[in-house]
Design a protein around this ligand. Structure first.
Ligand code: UDX
Length: 426
């Protein structure tokens, strides 16, 4: 099938590349000429494991093309998949301008039937609006079908998530389009969940809101555990054996970041309030997440009443491991807090280097902790669990190690004269 993917960001680029891998002929469009030139030269603008090789392979096999020419791609392809960004506005609602612009543009070029798939995360009612907007622009209803097909890709494992999803959610207005969606995804072994356009939009928001709720719930439990000297890891293990709860997303720590959870919670809260519903749980989930960082700052202040001129090193800058994405990163929030305290802030991340200083970013993990008073681990990069703690202990001036992700074994530090500090890690 010929597919035109509009928006070559994390979602569009990964989706388009995997669709090409499945054997489709894919045209990825982006209005950012520099990005398209980069992709055509064989470079990938993001860090996503496995993506570069797959892009190269499919480009070479002439199944994947990158272009800024929307008109040509839309004319060629019966399937148009839209994956443009929907960043948050100041009132929490997602900014739908990019989507609106795309709809406006493609409406001018549609002269044969198109299946228009919306991957972008949008509030309930948006796909219906697109359907109506195209009609109002003069397009006959038999010229297009709108499909809401939200993505559930995690950064850092997006390629594998796209190849092996646990479900494919498809919201439709007319059942006739279901066949097209089944053909598009015929290489995937996962159940389809068919629903309405609004239903698919809600599944996406509810899914992210539920996962974020699990995290904030565990962070609240960790606060109570900390007061009663209970290890949160034991509690998480105890919960995980119950299939009704499940074992994933029970890691307490600095809280959730990234481009999805914070934005989608705000958007869902906004959508609820539009209908005069006060979403009490969603509000609490966000509050716990915002204040979680204070617990770690307080632990640091218990060791150093003043942080002025203290050298503090933060390991991990991205919002989670295996990505270069720092959007809503808890590490960056932590650094912002530290900046106000007069601390001398240093940082190390396996792939991220910040352009502005402080923090001073180091290329070498051990160099980053030379003469440091305290080390804070903000992201659970695999590399951090494999360091030589004896060497760390020798290089540091102080002995404080704060584990913001509960993933280092405390005894590894203790036997090297380092003081392990976590929340609810007695
Ligand atoms: C998320 C959803 O998982 C994905 O389905 C959706 O399409 C996009 O949003 P992503 O933001 O890439 O994916 O990362 P995810 O792995 O879900 O982690 C989100 C945040 O939660 C990270 O900051 C992570 O550190 C944090 N987290 C995750 C925890 O604090 N504890 C956990 O147990 C799990």
């Amino acid at each position: 099938m010929r597919v035109c993917v509009i928006g070559a960001g994390y979602v569009g680029l990964t989706t388009g590349t995997v669709l090409a891998e499945f054997g489709h002929e894919v045209y990825c469009i982006d209005r950012d000429e520099a990005k398209i030139n980069l992709l055509n030269r064989g470079a990938i603008p993001i860090y996503e494991p496995g993506l570069t090789e797959m892009v190269m392979r499919n480009k070479k096999q002439k199944k994947l093309y990158f272009t800024t020419n929307t008109i040509e791609a839309v004319n060629k392809c019966p399937i148009i998949l839209i994956a443009v960004g929907t960043p948050p506005c100041t009132d929490g609602s997602p900014n739908l301008t990019y989507l609106e612009n795309v709809i406006d543009e493609i409406s001018k070029y549609i002269s044969s039937h198109k299946t228009i798939i919306i991957k972008s995360t949008v509030p309930p009612g948006t796909n219906e609006w697109v359907d109506e907007a195209l009609h109002k622009k003069g397009l006959k209803r038999n010229l297009y079908d709108i499909v809401s097909n939200p993505e559930f890709l995690r950064e850092g494992s997006a390629v594998s998530d796209m190849l092996h999803p646990d479900k494919i959610v498809v919201g439709v207005k007319r059942p006739e389009v279901i066949k097209t969606m089944q053909l598009l995804y015929q290489n995937i072994n996962a159940p389809f969940i068919f629903t309405t356009l609004n239903g698919a939009e809600m599944i996406k928001y509810a899914s992210n809101a539920f996962l974020a709720t699990k995290i904030s719930f565990m962070n609240e439990i960790a606060r109570i555990c900390d007061a009663y000297n209970v290890d949160i890891k034991d509690v998480a293990l105890g919960l995980s054996t119950d299939p009704r709860i499940g074992s994933l997303f029970l890691n307490s720590g600095l809280g959730f970041g990234g481009s999805c959870f914070p934005k989608d919670l705000q958007a869902l809260e906004h959508a609820a309030k539009q209908k005069n519903i006060i979403p009490e749980i969603l509000i609490a989930v966000q509050n716990v997440n915002t204040t979680q960082i204070n617990l770690y700052i307080d632990k640091l202040l218990q060791e150093f009443p003043s942080l002025k001129n203290k050298k503090i090193t933060v390991w991990g800058l991205s919002f989670k491991p295996n990505t270069d994405d720092t959007r809503y990163s808890k590490a960056l929030s932590l650094i912002e807090h530290l900046k106000t305290s007069g601390a001398d802030i240093h940082a190390y991340d396996p792939i991220v280097t910040l352009n502005s200083s402080p923090p001073i970013c180091h290329k070498d993990i051990y160099e980053s902790i030379e003469n440091t008073d305290a080390l804070i681990i903000a992201t659970e990069w695999d590399q951090f669990s494999k360091v030589d703690w004896k060497k760390v202990s020798e290089l540091m001036r102080g002995n404080i190690v704060i584990d913001g992700r509960n993933f280092i074994e405390p005894y590894l530090l203790k036997r090297n004269n380092l003081k392990y500090i976590g929340v609810a890690r007695p």
